[in-house]
Each structure stands twice: as C-alpha cells, then as structure tokens.
Design a protein around this ligand. Sequence first.
Ligand code: PLP
Length: 393
Amino acid sequence: MPDRILRAMSLPTIDHRGPEFAVLGKRVLAGVGQIFQTRHPVVIYPASGTGAWEAALSNVLSPGDAVLMYETGHFASLWNKMALRLGLKPEFLAYRGADAQLPNAPGWRQGVQADQIEERLKADTQHAIKAVCVVHNETSTGVTSDIAAVRRAIDAARHPALLLVDSISGLASADYRHEAWGVDVTVSGSQKGLMLPPGISFNAVSPKAIEASKRARLPKAFWAWDEIIEMNQGGYWPYTPSTNLLYGLAEACDMLLDPTHGGLEGTFARHRRWGEGVRAAVRAWGLPIQCADPQLYSPVLTGVLLPEGVDADAVRRLIYERFDLSLGTGLGKVKGRMFRIGHLGDCNDLTLMAALSGCEMGLKLSGVKLAASGVQAAMEYFAGHPAPVALQK
Ligand code: PLP
C-alpha cells in the first residue's frame, strides 16, 4: 500500500449524511467506473470480497437455479461451495486435457477452457443454466483466464445465461473490461490491485443483470442492489459506508488513472513487466511456474512449484523467520507444493529484487537445488528492459 493512500485515509471521518460526503461519494463512483471500464453502476459494499461474491449470486439468481462454474483453483472452488450453500445447483466444470488424471491437480495450472463452456451451453437447449461464473485471475495459482473468450463461447451457444466474473485479484493490475467483454456482474475487492486495506468490495453490474435482479428470488436485503444504486445517484449509501476506505479509494483511482504514468494501460504494462522479471528468476532457478500456459501468465502473482518431496510451507516459514519476507502459501489442492510471489499493488523493480533475493537465499538454505541464480536473471531482465519513462511510477 502506498503512503499516499495511507495518508488520504487518515483524514477525519466526515458525516456520511452531510453535503461534503456527496462530493466524495460521486467522486469514487465515477473513479471505479473507469477502473472497471464501465458506464453502468458499480455497487460498493463495506465487506470483503466474499460478501461481494454472495451479493453477485443472490441479486440475480433464484433458489435451485443451475449455474455453470469452472474449477481453476482454490477461489473458484470456494465460490462453487458458496453457490451450494445458497441453494443453487452449481455444475463444476474441470480441465480435461490428456494429463487431467495425473496427481498434483494439473487443472489448477490452466485457465477456463471456453470451448467446454460453449459445448455445455449448447447442450442446455432448455436454458436451465442461468449463469456462468468464472474467476478472472485465480489468486491461488497465478493463472489469468481469457474472459472475452468466455463471452464469445456464451454468444456462440446463443445462450441467455448471465456472465458473472470474479476479478477480485485481477482488477487494477491485469487488463479488465467489464463492459467491452460483456460481463453481467464483476466482483472485486479493495485489498489487491486497488492498493487499499481489506474491507470494501464491488459488484459492477450490466443492465441485463439489473433486469434479472428484479425477478431473482434468493433472499437479499443488505446485498440488494436497488436501494444502493438509487441512493448512489446523490452520492450516498443506504447504510453507513466505510468513509475512510472511500478516501483511500478516491486516491487509488487518481493514482491508477493518472495520465502522466500512462493511465490504466500504464498500470497494466508495469505489472506485466514485473511478472516477466519474476518469471525470469523462476526459470533461472529451474523451477516450474504453476501456470502451465504462457498465454495465461498472471501479471498479478507468480506461483512457484517446488520439487517433489520439498515442503513448500517449510521453505516459506524459513524465509519468513530468517528474512522477514512473507510469501503466499499454496492453497487447497496445491498446499505444501508451491508458494506465490505477488507483483500486484504498489511495488517496483527493487522491492521485487528484494523479494527474489529472500526466495533465493531461503531455497538454498532449504537444500533446494537451483540451476542458476534467479536474482541475477531478474536483474538482467529489469536492467535490460527499462519501462518507458511515462510508465514509470
Ligand atoms: N476470490 C479471489 C480470486 C480472491 O483472491 C479472494 C481473496 O483473496 C477471494 C475471492 C475472497 O475475498 P476475501 O478474502 O476478500 O473475502
């Protein structure tokens, strides 16, 4: 998190019914619209991303509705579990490549296969499936799925299902276009690319989703879009909003959209380049990248698979204790097999070099055989590929 955002959040909390508040409310709503790349409403909740997941499902669906979900990793699995708990009937598609039955969850190294979605929707001639739910950037694996391809698959099947996308970790680091990609509900959260503390989350909604919400019968009260969207017109919320997080959000939007640093395109380019630098290190170490498809490498984070028999969490623990560096743990089916290096939010070449140094020292101390120095490879990448001045931060 940048100091600029922390300082913005330290302002006194104003009256959320007073006139000054409307200025802030309108400012953040306009800003997030640009970040999601939509002209339609973005609903902001004082909740973590999990709340916004529930909001997305409960606003547009009815008890017993069939939904098509796709297993890309731990977060897709949790969303699927939530759909079950809400009384929906989720069908969980999974990767079906030739190696699908091998151990270590090969499907968790791939993205959403849009052709499978198209095939399944074409078979649903009665249109029982009401929504397709996919994760854009799977934070547990570092795989970024092609959302435009999922839209094309739904259109090719001529199916009316809504498209619901979790871009909790993708938004504001990876290219994301709610409106151009024809997404009906995009779910996101504050604590990733938006560089804020956890605590607020989002539903960007399409006119089709708003129409669906008028007929949907899953119980919803706090999450219901209608009253929020209505009060947002004046810059207010029907309940007490997270005022100080909204100060931070206004600042984050200014930073991410700042044309002197290339605007959103500049933001995406910075994260792509940082991802390249980190992957140069992982390749030099001779360790596999969790994402097996180079087209889908995440600009947000990189998952690093460790050799069979090495406990990735023991390596993480050693790195934490010796070097005060906290790496993301392997989650769900890849627990103990891999760790994750984040290159989202407020980072730069040198913070990443520090993280890679911590990894390299810790891997060596743990007895992991490295082919070459990843630190050296990343230094060469960053030095040899300067970011255009306008895109530097
Ligand atoms: N979906 C994805 C892709 C995530 O990365 C996360 C959290 O890391 C969640 C959902 C859940 O969000 P939260 O932990 O903010 O409730």
